[in-house]
Design a protein around this ligand. Sequence first.
Ligand SMILES: [Zn+2]
Length: 144
Amino acid sequence: MEPIMGSMRGCLLLILAGALALNAAEPKTVTIEGKLIVRVGSPAFIETSTHQTIQLDGDAPTRKVLHDERINGMAAQATGHYTSPGKFLVDPQHKRALLVKKDDKLKMVTYWCEVCGIRAYAPGPCVCCQAETELDLRDLDDIR
Ligand SMILES: [Zn+2]
């Protein structure tokens, strides 16, 4: 009886330890706020109200937005998780994880081609006419 009980306890401990390890590996989704520091050719940062500077990264379209100097200095909110202290991975763009604030309202960063009436979610030339798209901050309700 004794050895069986002992091995069962060992087994339980292993399961517990496994669950704990899994928990630690699971990134915790948080929302951070601050001022965007965006410069071409350098990583983007968000500076919090407590003057913490956190480096931002994201998926391909988010990265493009994070290299658009037109959003430099804007108040912003980013949802995602820390990959290491001081480094933050923004959730995929379809989750509307990166928002800027204008007139105390949260806005989506979008890009608009006046010529074609086409909206894009990353800066760059229009997919249709190749003209440079304009930064167009939109209310969340406007975009579905
Ligand atoms: Zn166009």
